[in-house]
Ligand binder design. Structure first.
Ligand SMILES: [Cu+2]
Length: 484
């Protein structure tokens, strides 16, 4: 009984929290320009210090719920390390953008404020109502968070925000499974069709999902997505699929570019330590997904077993200055998003299609950290974008840019769509987009179903070069972390 109510609670929480960031973001946007009563200090907002500039996404997110126990009022941690702690210490690095979500779990009126950083939420009254504050922790030290309703602090609703102390993060060992998006192979150019061989190995490895968490990935060649394979229409391609000695499962590969049984999966169910092969002719140009197709297929895919093959048309693609390879995926873990340590697979969440984590190129910070996309003003960029999934359709969008061309559904023989903001890419599907860079800045890659950004789904395209005031200018300072 207890367990059930707790589980239901957690589910309700997850549903509530998703929209919070967007709401908090909106509040802050307003606070930038005109003063609003939300998320600003009541007394001096108009004069000096309002909330500091924040980035597009918070660096650290905490969720607290309100509770009444033994006549005392308290905050209780809901996710991650602070789960079930009463008035938990919230530890953050100096300079981090911090988001604190608050869920009303007792039905009394509450809010949450961090006076030192000039933030205060609106009041939440009903049980299940939620709010959030977002701020940048600009100085180190110990500060207070509290409920500002009369008498509530005295009744126990306060805790410590500790800025600048290194957290006691366990140092985790794991492979870097994130695929470098610049690994796009060599364009086929003007060559004739030929025979070629592709060797691939399926592996099961513990990889770093984020700096503080790991997951047992199943991969092609230890990367998620697997290698970008580039051939020409008319090529005859032999695939040798090896399953690593230390695998515990059978694996296979289904290429959507293959005409034949199972796209190759019918002849490549490979036991650990063995290799199987097949040969196919690339009949139709296009950008195609490949994936493992061994039962339970959805589990093999979510664990990381997907990639893409580009079949270039005769004469190749038009040259561009930069090409990038990006795939969207989902992870279904027993632990909630943000929890530290090793994350275990949850079959129940997979079947419910409710992922805890969503990633570009395999890990939480792949495209915002080590593999940020880089380009210069004046350059043309091409992105090969696919969805491994296994379940969710992407509304692919680059904040601050417009796709000049979209090769819809990865079709290279239809004329491209032009001047597109957001494009749909289904699981097991792909698109090729191209655009020219006119203005420097950080452009954020997202699925415009933006609750997913809160689960880790974002990337950065960093564009450097001369300003272009005719196209964009402002007297305001550009936040380097923000989507300009
Ligand atoms: Cu597999």
């Amino acid at each position: 009984m207890r367990v059930w109510s707790k589980m239901l609670y957690a589910t309700a929480c997850a549903a509530l929290i998703a929209p919070l960031a967007a709401q908090a973001q909106h509040n802050l946007h307003s606070a930038h320009g005109q003063q609003t009563p939300v998320a600003t200090a009541p007394q001096d907002a108009a004069t000096t210090e309002g909330p500091q500039d924040v980035a597009y996404q918070a660096d650290v997110v905490f969720t607290l719920r309100t509770s009444i126990a033994d006549g005392k009022l308290v905050f209780i941690g809901v996710t991650g390390e602070i789960t079930d702690q009463v008035n938990p210490d919230l530890r953050v690095p100096e300079g981090a953008v911090v988001q604190i979500n608050l869920v009303n779990d007792d039905g009394a009126i509450h809010d949450i404020a961090v006076p030192e950083f000039n933030v205060k939420s609106d009041n939440i009254t009903g049980k299940g109502a939620a709010t959030a504050v977002v701020f940048r922790a600009t100085k180190s030290g110990e500060f207070e968070y509290l409920c500002t309703l009369p008498g509530h602090k005295a009744a126990g609703m306060f805790g410590k925000l500790i800025v600048g102390e290194p957290g006691q993060k366990a140092s985790l060992e794991g492979l870097d499974v994130a695929m470098d998006p610049t690994q796009v192979g060599t364009p086929v150019g003007k060559r004739e069709a030929k025979q070629l061989t592709v060797d691939m190995e399926t592996t099961e490895v513990v990889g770093l999902l984020s700096s503080g968490s790991t997951y047992r990935y199943w991969t092609f060649d230890n990367k998620v997505p697997g290698p970008f394979i580039r051939v020409r229409v008319g090529d005859t391609v032999t695939i040798n699929l090896k399953n690593a000695e230390d695998s515990q499962h059978i694996h296979s590969v289904d290429f959507h570019a293959v005409t034949g049984p199972g796209g190759g999966a019918a002849v490549t169910q490979v036991a650990p330590g063995q290799t199987k092969s097949f040969t196919f002719k690339a009949l139709q140009p296009g950008l195609y997904v490949y994936h493992c197709a061994t039962p339970m297929v959805a589990q093999h895919i979510t664990n990381g077993m997907y990639g893409m093959i580009l079949v270039e048309p005769e004469g190749g693609l038009e040259p561009v200055d930069r090409e990038f390879y990006i795939m969207q995926g989902e992870l279904y873990t027993a632990q909630k998003h943000g929890a530290p340590g090793h994350q275990e697979f949850s079959l129940e969440k997979l079947l419910d299609e409710k992922p805890e984590h969503m990633m570009f190129n395999g890990t939480m910070d792949a495209l915002t950290g080590p593999y940020k996309l880089k380009a210069q003003v004046g350059e043309t960029v091409r992105i090969f974008f696919g969805v491994g999934g296994p379940n969710l359709t992407s509304s692919f969008h680059v904040i601050g840019e417009i796709f000049d061309k979209v090769y819809n559904q990865g079709s290279l023989t239809s004329p491209p769509l032009t001047d597109v903001q957001t494009t749909l890419v289904p699981p097991g599907g792909a698109t090729m987009v191209e655009f020219k860079l006119d203005v420097p800045g950080n452009y954020i890659l997202v699925d415009h179903a933006l609750s997913r950004a809160e689960k880790g789904l974002s990337g950065i395209l960093e564009v450097t070069g001369p300003e272009n005031p005719e196209i964009f200018h402002s007297k305001e300072k550009i936040d380097p972390n923000s989507g300009h």
